[in-house]
Every structure is written in structure tokens, then in C-alpha cells.
Design a protein around this ligand. Structure first.
Ligand SMILES: [Zn+2]
Length: 488
């Protein structure tokens, strides 16, 4: 039986999890002096309500190392077909409230890793935790940075585990520096919102005699929206950035070369079409969505083209001016986990020939013995409200599509001052700790509901049926806080 300290592996220990990173923080900037009714495009330009700054950095590992995403991988990377990137968009409203969105071509971040970045950008630049949104594209053709996974799940040799840690540390430094450069780059800007559509994603949960399996399902729910935040110079003459989203796993490819997958190509194509513009990709609630078909570079490019075309579609529509003020909120929903199986069942599972199942059962048994069985999970929810024009929700983990479909409906209700805001729901934000099923998906069962807990380290048992309600309630609570902070 293996016994390894998670802290020693660079992960978060059970002890520290509960005692650190106090949340329920909010921006305290008060009501804006620029509240106004609907205005024609261009009227806000003269007021100079926004500043925007941009920075990018190449994050492709400079050495061969283990790649993330598939348990079946059996060797380290073999070069690249495309560079990976981290990109930052810094925004500042007329009151000086700042918000930085960082998008990274990466499988995901751990909570420890985010906490370290938050601490550093806080002390260096005075950025508060709610003012930083990290989004991982979840490319499965990027490096593995989760040392616990390399050790506990995959039994990688020590030198590979060291490379995971080394990459994670290097990336941390690069992101901190990137945020600083984006803040330094702040200059007057105009923001607007458009959206198009793309059909690259297909629901991947199919009912079968054996329950729900991962297989393309043309009848399953999808979110084909491509939301786009357009950042122009104040005069509106020059496009500086296009931040866009799409709800789909970055799993077209499963080869051994670094690549951003469809999201990497979508960014590349958008930047080709708009020279001098930075394209940033923010993945949506694509936990149960796969690009379809898959497995060739050509398909990754085709899906990238489809999403890039969705951006162009949006740009062909009438833009919605995005005004401030910016109101930010970050909170934790305490999600309930289901009880572990009985000791007898776990002892039986510990003898399974499936090594993931046996390791999982061993750990649950050990947790029962030491009284460390976790019954709840502190789940990060982030809200950024851009006046009455756009509300952005950042959810942690591999969120299934039901969340964006539901939240877009519930949060878009018209306000007393005009039409409802545009709603943008991103998944894979700030921490990717496992799958986040909806109540429906949990009831149906399958990989995203239950089986995936074998491959993650912190949510060792599936979520309880209350998961969807607790998350949605927290989103509404935080959105409400951003409203009451303005006195509306
Ligand atoms: Zn995934």
C-alpha cells in the first residue's frame, strides 16, 4: 500500500484546506456616477469609461515532459505542432476598479496553485482575489502540472514528477509577470459584446443498456453560443482584443505533441483575421461536450475554424456597448459529497484489477481509518458585473452544460432600467478539481456524475443531489451582492 503525503507532492493537505483563503470577499467600490439609460453606440466613448491592457506569453514547455488529460498516455511529449500561450486582459472602470482575466492553454489549475498566484499578484500589484479570473482551456495536448496525479495515479518516474513541479512553478512566475504587464498596459478603451454560434461541440453522454457512456449524442443538450467581448481603442477605430468563449472539451487530439487543440487554432485564426488583435479563449461549461468528430489534427483545425467563424458571425451583428461600473464578487458554495461506500465494499474494490479503482478504494479506506473522510467541498464561484450590460460568471471545475443553459435563462431577466444583461458563463475557472454534474446528470449517472472521481484527488466521492441548487443559489447570491453594492 502506498502512503504519500499530499503536501509533499505539492498538493494541498487536508489540514490546510479548511483553514486558508478566506472568502466571501467583494469589491467595495460604490455607486457609479455614470449610471445612464440606453445610449447610442459611441456616446460612452467620449467619457472614457474603461481602460484595457493586454499581455501574452508563450508557455510551451522547453523540454519533453508528461502530457495531461488521458490516463492511457505511456510516454512523454514529442515536440509541438503549436505553441501554448497564457494571455491576460486587464480592465479598469472609471472608478478605478480593476479586473484581470487570464486565459491559459492548460489542462487546469489546482486550488493551491491559484492561491499562490492570488497571493503574489495581491502583494505585487494590489489586486484583490475577486479581481483575478483564471481560465484553463483544458487542452489535452498540454503539459501535466499536477504532481499528485503523476505520482499517485500514474506512478511516473521521479524525474517526470520533478518536471511537472518545475513546469508548475515556472508557469506561476510567468502568470504573475503577465498580470503585471497587462496592468502596465492599461490605456483608454471601449468595450462591446456580441455573440455568434458554432457547431463543433456535441453532447458526449449517451444512454445505453449499461447506463450513460461517453459516446456522441446528437440529441443531448449543447450550448453552441460563442460570446465575444470586443476591446477597441477609445476612438473605436482599432480592435485591440477579442475575448471569446465556447462550451466544449479541448479533446480533439490525443497525440504526443503540444497543441492548444481547437481552442489554440480558434485563437490563431481570429488573430490572423484581425492582425494586431489579441485573441483570448475562455472555455465555457463544456464538461459533457466533446468536439466531434475527433482525433486528427485536421479536425482540431476545422473545429478551431468553426469557433473562429462564430466570432466573425458575432462581429457581423450590432454590438452591444458594455458600460460600467465593474462590480466583482467571489464566494464559496459548500457542496455536499455523498457518503463513501461501506468498509466491506471498499475492501472488495481495493482488490480490483482496475488500478484506479483499487487506489481510490485504498485511499477512502485510509481516510475512514484516520477520520479524514471529506463530506463537503468548498466550491469557488466568481461574478463580474459590467453595469447592466454584461454579467460574467466564472465556475470552478469541469462544469456540465446544464449550468450555462440554466444560468443564462435565469440571469438575463430585464431590469428596471432596460433589457437584461448579456450573460456569459465560463467553466474551468480558478480551479479544476473534478467534474461538476447537474442534478440531471447526477441522476443519470455515468462518467461526469460518478466514475470520474477515480481520477481526481479531492472530491473522492460523487457530489450529493444538492450540488446544482447550492451552486446556482451561490451564483444568484453573488449577483445580488454586485447589485446591492451599487444601491440599485
Ligand atoms: Zn475533462
Amino acid at each position: 500500500m502506498y502512503r504519500l503525503s499530499r503536501r509533499a507532492l505539492g498538493g494541498r493537505s487536508d489540514g490546510s484546506r479548511w483553514g486558508t483563503f478566506s472568502l466571501e470577499v467583494m469589491a467595495t467600490v460604490l455607486a457609479s456616477s455614470i449610471m445612464m439609460g440606453p445610449v447610442p453606440a459611441g456616446a460612452a466613448q467620449a467619457q472614457g469609461t474603461w481602460k484595457a491592457g493586454l499581455a501574452t506569453v508563450v508557455t510551451t514547455p522547453e523540454y519533453s515532459m508528461w502530457m495531461a488529460g488521458y490516463a492511457a498516455r505511456n510516454k512523454p511529449s514529442e515536440g509541438k505542432v503549436q505553441d501554448l500561450h497564457a494571455k491576460a486582459l486587464a480592465l479598469e472602470d472609471a472608478q478605478g476598479t480593476r479586473f484581470v482575466i487570464v486565459t491559459v492553454d492548460l489542462i487546469g489549475f489546482s486550488r493551491d496553485w491559484r492561491d499562490a498566484v492570488v497571493k503574489e499578484v495581491g502583494s505585487r500589484y494590489g489586486l484583490r482575489p475577486e479581481a483575478l479570473l483564471l481560465n484553463a482551456s483544458h487542452t489535452h495536448s498540454g503539459p501535466e502540472i499536477r504532481a499528485w496525479r503523476a505520482t499517485q495515479l500514474w506512478d511516473l518516474p521521479p524525474e517526470q514528477i520533478e518536471l511537472c513541479k518545475k513546469y508548475a512553478d515556472t508557469l506561476q512566475g510567468k502568470i504573475v509577470e503577465l498580470v503585471g504587464r497587462a496592468l502596465q498596459d492599461l490605456s483608454p478603451a471601449q468595450l462591446s459584446y456580441v455573440h455568434g454560434r458554432a457547431g463543433a461541440a456535441m453532447n458526449r453522454r449517451s444512454p445505453s443498456a449499461q447506463g450513460y457512456t461517453i459516446f456522441s449524442n446528437a440529441d443531448g443538450p449543447v450550448d453552441h453560443d460563442v460570446p465575444v467581448l470586443v476591446v477597441n481603442t477609445l476612438e473605436g477605430k482599432k480592435m485591440r482584443a477579442l475575448l471569446f468563449g465556447y462550451a466544449c472539451h479541448n479533446t480533439t487530439l490525443d497525440f504526443y505533441q503540444f497543441c492548444g487543440d481547437y481552442a489554440g487554432y480558434a485563437q490563431e485564426y481570429v488573430e490572423e483575421t484581425h492582425p494586431g488583435t489579441v485573441a483570448l479563449f475562455m472555455i465555457g461549461c463544456g464538461g459533457d461536450q466533446n468536439p466531434t468528430p475527433r482525433r486528427t489534427l485536421e479536425w482540431a483545425k476545422q473545429h478551431g475554424r468553426a469557433v473562429a467563424n462564430g466570432v466573425e458571425q458575432g462581429l457581423a451583428t450590432k454590438p452591444r456597448l458594455v458600460r460600467g461600473p465593474l462590480k466583482l464578487a467571489l464566494g464559496e458554495a459548500t457542496l455536499e459529497l455523498s457518503a463513501p461506500p461501506s468498509v466491506e465494499e471498499l475492501k472488495k474494490e481495493a482488490t480490483s484489477t482496475n488500478k484506479y479503482q483499487s487506489k481510490h478504494a485504498e485511499e477512502l479506506l485510509r481516510n475512514l481509518e484516520t477520520g479524514q473522510t471529506r463530506s463537503t467541498y468548498p466550491y469557488l464561484v466568481q461574478v463580474a458585473r459590467f453595469g447592466d450590460d454584461l454579467t460574467m460568471v466564472g465556475l470552478a471545475g469541469e462544469v456540465v452544460v446544464d449550468y450555462s443553459l440554466r444560468l443564462k435563462k435565469e440571469l438575463a431577466a430585464p431590469t428596471s432600467s432596460g433589457p437584461g444583461p448579456a450573460i456569459w458563463v465560463a467553466g474551468y475557472c480558478n480551479e479544476v478539481f473534478g467534474y461538476v454534474p447537474s442534478q440531471r446528470v447526477l441522476q443519470e449517472g455515468g462518467y461526469e456524475a460518478r466514475e470520474s472521481v477515480l481520477y481526481y484527488d479531492v472530491t473522492k466521492t460523487p457530489f450529493a443531489p444538492s450540488v446544482e441548487k447550492l451552486i446556482v443559489d451561490k451564483v444568484h447570491e453573488l449577483v445580488q451582492k454586485t447589485r446591492t453594492a451599487t444601491g440599485q
